[in-house]
Design a protein around this ligand. Structure first.
Ligand code: FES
Length: 135
């Protein structure tokens, strides 16, 4: 049912935890299942120097968040905003259809954290709903 990569990231998730001096923190809930994801970032000169997550979510949410944090670490804020749940799923060699909604949590949590960063800097928050993801 799950790819080897999904199982591996679920068993050994990367970047789990909190960043105490984070300057970008986002939290989102999954409308489908009620699960929650919190994302912490340390952004410097528009580059995501560090990122960690915590979730009250299922294995697919953990695996996709682990992969998503790996994919945005070291990237610019703009690059991170381009990351879609589809790209994360592809990097994990796919998810079962009924678990696709779980991958949306990481994408939205990254966008939510970046919005927090923008607001802290006095910039306009982005409309997260504008970013299309596959359900
Ligand atoms: Fe809720 Fe997967 S079942 S995130």
């Amino acid at each position: 049912m799950y790819s080897e990569k999904v199982m591996e990231h679920f068993a050994n998730p990367r970047n789990v935890g909190e960043i105490e001096d984070a300057n970008a923190v986002g939290q989102v809930g999954n409308a489908k299942c009620g699960d929650i994801m919190k994302m912490y970032m340390k952004i410097e000169n528009n580059v995501i120097e560090d990122v960690k997550f915590k979730t009250f979510g299922c294995g697919a949410a953990i695996a996709t968040s682990s992969m998503a944090t790996e994919m945005v670490k070291g990237k610019t804020v703009d690059e991170a905003l381009q990351l879609t749940n589809k790209a994360v799923m592809e990097a994990l060699d796919g998810l079962p259809k009924e678990k696709i909604h779980c991958s949306v949590l990481a994408e939205e949590a990254i966008q939510s954290a970046i919005n927090d960063y923008r607001v802290r800097r006095g910039e306009e928050p982005l409309d997260i709903k504008e970013h299309a993801h596959e359900h």
